[in-house]
Design a protein around this ligand. Structure first.
Ligand code: PHE
Ligand code: ZN
Length: 876
């Protein structure tokens, strides 16, 4: 077999033919669904009269191809490499095709497939070609009419995009519904769902007074888990009207929950399809974190109706155009509802650990890539999260009002079109008058820029000079980098804890300003500054960069206490903890006693005693940096030292501050009934962090508190927190019965069972890997279900670093075995799961060799394009 080839942005050519209208008929059958398509095709005026018509198709059994009612002879078309090429076609014509597809054997979960009692589709990015012959590219937009025919008993519900316009009975117990979507759309937004489903209904009145019917379709047993998604949807619809002036544009909006789904959810026009894990919730089964995640994803998919659907992408290299913007929109929405600083802390933590790691690894790519082998591999943290950071920087550079004028103009100007990143940025440049040429480099350069800052104080002149240098490291295929335009939000905190007025060149900038770093190195002089001022830099994480500044521990403690910016108070705490933990890591490596710096204990003691109005932020400040983030700061990663030192730090904090943690635990008990409100979530978060320290102290008393919380069985947030502490303790007599009871109680609920799997395989004890192997044989586990794979394999390889990186290589072997199996079943999931195996470059030689060995074992297989691309990059 020929090696898969890369596709280049520079090879983009506009389509030769447009499709004005697409008419589809699905005759559903689990093994042999018949799909008839009638495409109304017209040659683009600019293309040559002899231009061939090229359509995509994959795994189709073709029964008929006809033009204007005339069946084509075999000599009149060619099928090669997933393409149907018809050399001679009229200027305007109707192309009819009829194909047979097999939804049951579709384990890739792209195109039309079967999930439990239903048929459903996933077409982004290139799944539509598995349904019918079509120009499966986002710059071909058509109006769709879809007739779905199914069995009256087995598929009472037949859904597709738009509005139902006709329904009726057919012979042999069959029936049909015809749907019409008046908005032209690319094929990747097509959707079909059919099965035995129930729905909850609600409605929303838009800002212009139109009534929209809202429906959430689920399997009957899940009806009691739809309230939260419905409430979130209505909040999102209101927010998009207020924040962006965007109104919904159909009379019906539907959400469907599906158990087998590769990603979180999909924004199909008028018919969003969700992974059940990203939509179903109730207090008994769902944690606070998942409630918030669901709220964000429901909003994200809804927001795509404008940023993605009405204005779509010209080609898949522009993916961040819709994803970066939409993530920025859902982040803004979530922070308008929940604690804004905590939302920022969570998003930044994700950036600084996983996105930075991606940007520094073998699969690093720009936010707008210029080539790829398999586009499904590019639904990454870089496209989504770094893409959102770029839009955030733009909104700050322009200011909220100008940014809004820019987005209004963008939606108006490009409505109904398939456009590029340039169209977005140039619109922003136009409304603001800013020159964004240098800013565009953020889309083109991969790698995380490194900022190195230093300061100098002139006591005589009372001048504080800040120097910042920037440098972006080389990434695969990109050796040399240009300086970026980096907005650095900052302030100075005086020795007495007060903010300093920032005076540059005699001009006052208040106490908080944005420095525009554009050169490789720049300097700013602040006048009239007293001795002892501490700079607070990159407030709110104003740019997606690494920042180094030689803060002393006293300076970090100072920022932790006084910084005006809540985010930077958290960041200062993390940095302070990092210094202490790194010191302990060094002791671990020398086989010496690991003693925790007293200044960190003092800092925590201050945090625990000081009354605060933002308990949600406090809870975040009390969490030590994750192992992943600590690893990100190391030139050479010592897995065991990181784990050992972090663990020892937690234990020593617990030993020194037991009474303080205990009183925080008790002070944050709840008496009202559970509700996923920001206030209650803050209390639970704080209470459960406190409990985790108490348990780390090792006293039986604390474990009994955890057991009592588990047995009180009030809500899943508290139950899961307690269960995790019991299951991760050394006390099998407490952990095992709890795990057993939980597994029996929730055996009927696969989403809770996912939590059960994940809780067990993230234990730090040495038996975790054996548990993974054991649980892979559990009747509730299935390698074909992506949620189960993520809960068991994903949780183990991504969240249990000490055990995944076992020195005997068993963790790597396990992952490689799974990837080899998934490569055949579901290449998209295989390529996601393999990632931890590709991050070997900063590990010790022994582990590097073991990991490369497993990658080579995988390479010897008959690989999908997805896995091939990742393995090649990893071994390059
Ligand atoms: N476009 C979806 C989203 O961001 C993600 C997705 C991509 C889902 C590919 C399925 C397949 O909301
Ligand atoms: Zn999206």
């Amino acid at each position: 077999m020929a090696e898969p080839q890369a596709i280049y942005l520079s090879d983009y050519r506009p389509p030769a033919y447009r499709i004005d209208k697409t008419e589809l008929t699905f005759d559903l059958d689990p093994q042999a669904t018949r799909v008839r398509a009638r495409l109304h095709v017209t040659r683009h005026p600019e293309s040559k009269a002899q231009a061939a018509l090229t359509l995509h198709g994959h795994g189709l059994t073709t029964e008929r191809i006809a033009i204007d009612g005339q069946a084509l002879l075999e000599s009149e078309y060619r099928i090669e490499a997933d393409q149907l090429i018809i050399d001679r076609v009229p200027e305007t014509f109707v192309l009819e095709t009829e194909v047979i597809i097999d939804p049951t054997s579709n384990t890739a979960l792209e195109g039309l497939y079967v999930s439990g009692p239903m048929f459903c589709t996933q077409c982004e990015p290139e799944g539509f070609r598995r349904i019918t012959w079509y120009p499966d590219r986002p710059d071909v937009m058509a109006v769709f009419t879809t007739t779905v025919i199914g069995d009256r008993q087995r598929q009472p519900v037949l859904l597709s995009n738009g509005n139902p316009i006709e329904r009726g009975e057919l012979p042999d117990g069959r029936h049909f519904v015809t749907w019409e979507d008046p908005h032209p759309k690319p094929a990747y937004l097509f959707a079909l769902v059919a099965g035995s489903l129930e729905c909850v209904r609600d409605s929303f009145t838009t800002m212009s007074g139109r009534e929209v019917a809202l429906e959430i379709w689920v399997e009957a047993q899940n009806l009691e888990k739809t309230d939260w998604a419905m409430a979130s949807l209505k909040r999102a619809m209101t927010w998009d009207e207020e924040a962006y002036g965007r109104e919904y544009d159909l009379d019906l909006f539907m959400i469907v929950a599906v158990d087998d789904f590769n990603m979180g959810a999909m924004e199909n026009k008028g018919l969003n399809i969700f992974n059940s894990a990203a939509v179903l919730a109730n207090p008994q089964t769902t944690t606070d974190a998942t409630f918030q995640r669901i709220e964000g994803i429901v909003a994200h998919e809804y927001f795509h109706n404008w940023s993605g659907n009405r204005v779509t992408c010209r080609d898949w290299f522009q993916l961040a155009l819709k994803e970066g913007f939409t993530v920025f929109r859902d982040q803004s929405f979530s922070s308008s509802i929940n604690s804004a600083p905590v939302k920022r802390i969570e998003d930044v933590a994700l950036m600084r650990t996983l996105q930075f790691a991606e940007d520094a690894g073998p699969t690093a790519h720009p936010v707008r890539p210029d080539h790829f082998i398999e586009i499904s591999n590019f639904y990454t943290l870089t496209i989504y999260e770094k893409g959102a950071e770029i839009v955030r920087m733009l909104s700050h550079l322009l200011g909220e009002e100008t940014f809004r004028r820019g987005s209004d103009l963008y939606f108006e100007r490009f409505d109904g079109q398939a456009v590029r990143v340039e169209d977005f940025v140039e619109t922003m440049a136009e409304v603001s008058g800013e020159d964004l040429t240098q800013f565009m480099r953020w889309y083109a350069q991969a790698g995380t820029p490194q900022l190195t800052a230093r300061s100098d104080y002139d006591a005589e002149k009372r001048r504080f000079t800040l120097t910042i240098a920037q440098q972006t490291p080389p990434t695969p295929g990109q050796e040399d980098k240009q300086p970026l335009h980096v907005p650095v939000r900052m302030g100075l905190m005086a020795a007495d804890g007060q903010p300093v007025e920032l005076i540059i060149n005699g001009e006052s900038h208040g106490t908080d300003t944005v420095l525009h770093l554009r050169e490789a190195e720049q300097q700013w002089v602040f006048e009239n500054v007293d001795e002892g001022a501490v700079p607070s830099l990159l407030r709110g994480f104003s740019a997606p960069v690494r920042l180094e500044y030689p803060w002393s521990r006293d300076e970090l403690s100072h920022l932790m206490r006084f910084d005006e910016d809540g985010f930077n108070r958290w960041d200062a705490t993390q940095r302070l903890a990092l210094i202490a933990i790194e010191e302990m890591m060094a002791a671990h490596q020398r086989n010496e006693l690991m003693a925790l710096d007293a200044r960190l204990i003092e800092a925590f003691s201050y945090l625990l005693r000081e009354p605060t109005d933002d308990r949600a932020v406090l809870a975040e400040m009390l969490r030590l940096p994750s192992e992943a983030w600590i690893a990100e700061q190391q030139r050479r990663v010592d897995i065991d030292a990181i784990h050992g030192a972090r663990r020892a730090a937690i234990e020593q904090l617990a030993d020194n501050l037991f009474p303080e943690f205990e009183s925080v635990y008790h002070a944050n008990q709840q008496s009202e009934a559970y509700a996923p409100t920001p206030e209650q979530m803050a209390s639970r978060s704080l209470k459960n962090v406190a409990l985790s320290y108490l348990v780390a102290n090792g006293e039986v008393e604390a474990l009994n508190m955890a057991r009592a919380q588990y047995e009180a069985d009030d809500n899943m947030t508290d139950v899961r927190a307690a269960l995790t502490l019991l299951a991760h303790s050394d006390r099998a007599d407490l952990g095992d019965p709890a795990i057993r009871a939980f597994g029996e109680r929730w055996a009927h609920d696969s989403l809770v069972m996912d939590q059960w799997f994940a809780t067990q395989v993230t234990r730090p004890q040495a038996d975790a890997l054996e548990r993974v192997r054991f649980l892979m044989d559990h009747p509730a586990f299935s390698i074909k279900n992506p949620n189960r794979v993520r809960a068991l394999i994903g949780a183990f390889t991504q969240q249990n670093r000490v055990n995944f990186h076992r020195l005997d290589g068993e963790g790597y072997r396990l992952l490689a075995d799974v990837v080899i199996e998934l490569n055949r079943l579901n290449p998209e999931i295989a390529a996601r799961m393999i990632v931890p195996l590709t991050r070997y470059h900063r590990l010790d030689e022994k582990r590097q060799a073991l990991m490369r060995g497993e990658l080579e074992r995988i390479r010897a297989e008959n690989l999908s394009r997805n896995v091939f691309e990742v393995v090649e990059k990893a071994l390059a």
